[in-house]
Write a protein that binds this ligand. Structure first.
Ligand SMILES: [Zn+2]
Length: 151
């Protein structure tokens, strides 16, 4: 095996690899609470990106936005959302995977611990390491979106 392959299988690499799912979890929580994503790309033309049409320009802008890792909690949508929820998102949407919360730490977070069903659900998603799309569908299915907003 080449060194980079061994590297990819090492314990440390595996741990940080799994942390992309925790980034996804941060994105999902953000969308569930606000109804829009934390990172967007918009070229400004009528390209149809918002309706799922491909647009290279929009995609590049989205990637740049993610890479910069800058996002906001606009006051008008976020003022009534608990600081615990925002705190958790802030600790998940961290560019450097090493500084991002681990799955175990997410489950210890006061906001997640606050309600048992939420912690069970989050732990289920985290432990299954579902892709982002699946998690959103799964959360919608359970009807948790509305319920989480109420918190
Ligand atoms: Zn576009």
């Amino acid at each position: 095996m080449a060194p980079e392959v061994v590297e990819a299988f090492s314990e440390e690499a595996t741990i940080y690899d799994k942390r992309c799912d925790l980034w996804s979890l941060g994105v999902i929580l953000y969308i569930m609470l606000s109804g829009y994503p934390p990172f967007v790309g918009r070229c400004g033309t009528n390209c149809g990106w918002d309706w799922g049409e491909p647009c290279q320009e929009c995609q590049n802008m989205l990637f740049e936005s993610i890479q910069e890792g800058k996002y906001e909690f606009p006051e008008k949508d976020w003022q009534q959302i608990s600081s615990g929820a925002k705190d958790l998102i802030t600790r998940l949407l961290v560019r450097d995977a090493k500084n991002r919360l681990s799955a175990a730490q997410v489950l210890q977070h006061p906001w997640v611990r606050g309600v048992r069903i939420l912690s069970v659900f989050v732990s289920l998603c985290v432990s299954l390491f579902l892709g982002t799309g699946t998690m959103v569908v799964c959360m919608k299915h359970v009807g948790i979106t509305h319920w989480v907003r109420e918190r």
